[in-house]
Write a protein that binds this ligand. Sequence first.
Ligand code: MD6
Ligand code: FE
Length: 205
Amino acid sequence: MVPLTQTGFRLLPGALDAEAQASLLTEVLRRVEVAPLYRPMTPGGKPMSVEMTNFGPLGWVTDALGYRYQPTHPVTGAPWPDIPAALLKLWDQVAGATAPPDACLVNLYRDGARMGLHQDRDEADFSFPVLSVSLGDTAVFRIGGVNRRDPTTSVRLASGDVCILTGDARLAHHGIDRVLAGSSRLTPGGGRINLTLRRASPGPG
Ligand code: MD6
Ligand code: FE
């Protein structure tokens, strides 16, 4: 374990209380009915272990063509559902950004799903932060530096925790090593849902 050197990594433990978590989950599940979770393929042709969908004008997708943001669900062809109001409000309150988010990626972790070390760098303007909300089972989050080989440290993300990558941590490598199955009873069927809010398109002005 090494100390975090990025000052731009912010963890807000328990930012959402139990009631806020339950009501956000309801809003998420309602939208997942119309924008179903699907298993994306990496550009290299391997299925990811997480299931994904998106909310908002733009959604992050990966397939044989690469990584990108697009306005429609790759399976249904329909526009993504709107971003839940509670998430827009959270962004307003804690992100310190000058424009609202236009993309909310939804990741569902079940059955040993994990996410390899990556950078979030498909957005137009890295001066906007990325804000994530965790619901359900606790995850072991790993975060390092801008260089892939920089030392990393582990942080647990529990249900209701909010994590923000901004400033010198905006392009830090990070990933999910594992999810502690059964650590929460929030999600029906178990597992973990992570909601990541971004500004994908250039900000106004
Ligand atoms: C996850 N999170 O928590 C994956 N990205 O399941 C991310 O990839 C992430 O938590 C950017 C900012 C915060 C994050
Ligand atoms: Fe990420």
